[in-house]
Design a protein. Structure first.
Lengths: 107, 122
């Protein structure tokens, strides 16, 4: 099975900061990587799929990139609405797996 | 808009069973694979099971295979999760999710419900 390792587990940042979250797959996943945002008590929301494709309605300050088995989620200018936990997920082959999550907190 | 509403959670003793339901609206339910995902208190997300759009194929996480059964009733726009032989490790919020792809079970989860809490405790 493919494991996803996400880092950091938590980060503190200020409004306007550039934020980067990394996710590494234990095997090549052919770019089939998604990022989700989850706020407390809410359902996760799909942000990015296929490594870098923005889901409809997601602000352009969110972007994704890939290099081999390493994937990056970048928030170019952190906004108050972005404080949340972010998860990566591969959907290359069953069983699909999530990273452990990165909690973005207010600095 | 797409709405997914889970129900059926509660407190159950170890070894007992529980059946969850997920009512869907806002899309053609019978055209999409559907998933269950769970989140233990304070923990991350764990994919649990998927069923194809027509109910002919099912896949499970190793942690639940043989104990959980996913099913669907396309005439009622409803997804189910039958959970047997529950253990304390099954305590979690269980959410249903719609697959992104038409007629697909790709594993990409486009919309999620808010979830229903299952607590396994003696």
């Amino acid at each position: 099975d493919i494991q996803m390792t996400q880092s950091p587990s938590m980060l503190s940042a200020s409004v306007g900061d550039r934020v980067t979250i990394t996710c590494r797959a234990s095997q090549y996943v052919s770019g089939w990587l998604a990022w989700y945002q989850q706020k407390p008590g809410k359902a996760p929301k799909l942000l990015i799929y296929k490594g870098s494709v923005l889901e409809g309605g997601v602000p352009s300050r969110f972007s994704g990139s890939a290099s081999g088995t390493e994937f990056t989620l970048t928030i170019s200018s952190l906004q108050p609405d972005d404080y949340a936990t972010y998860y990566c997920q591969h959907y290359n082959v069953y069983p699909w797996a999530f990273g452990e999550g990165t909690k973005v907190e207010i600095k | 808009q797409v709405q997914l509403m889970e129900s059926g959670g509660g407190v159950v003793q170890p070894g007992r069973s529980l059946r969850l339901s997920c009512g869907a609206s806002g899309f053609i339910f019978s055209n999409y694979g559907m998933h269950w995902v769970r989140q233990a208190p304070g923990k991350g997300l764990e994919w649990v099971a998927v069923i194809s759009y027509d109910g002919t194929n099912e896949y499970y996480a190793d942690s639940v295979r043989g104990r959980f059964t996913i099913s669907r009733d396309n005439s009622k726009n409803t997804l189910y999760l039958q959970m047997n032989t529950l253990t304390v490790e099954d305590t979690a919020v269980y959410s249903c999710a719609k697959d992104y792809h038409f007629y697909g079970s790709s594993g990409l989860l486009q919309y999620w419900g808010q979830g229903t809490l299952v607590t396994v405790s003696s």
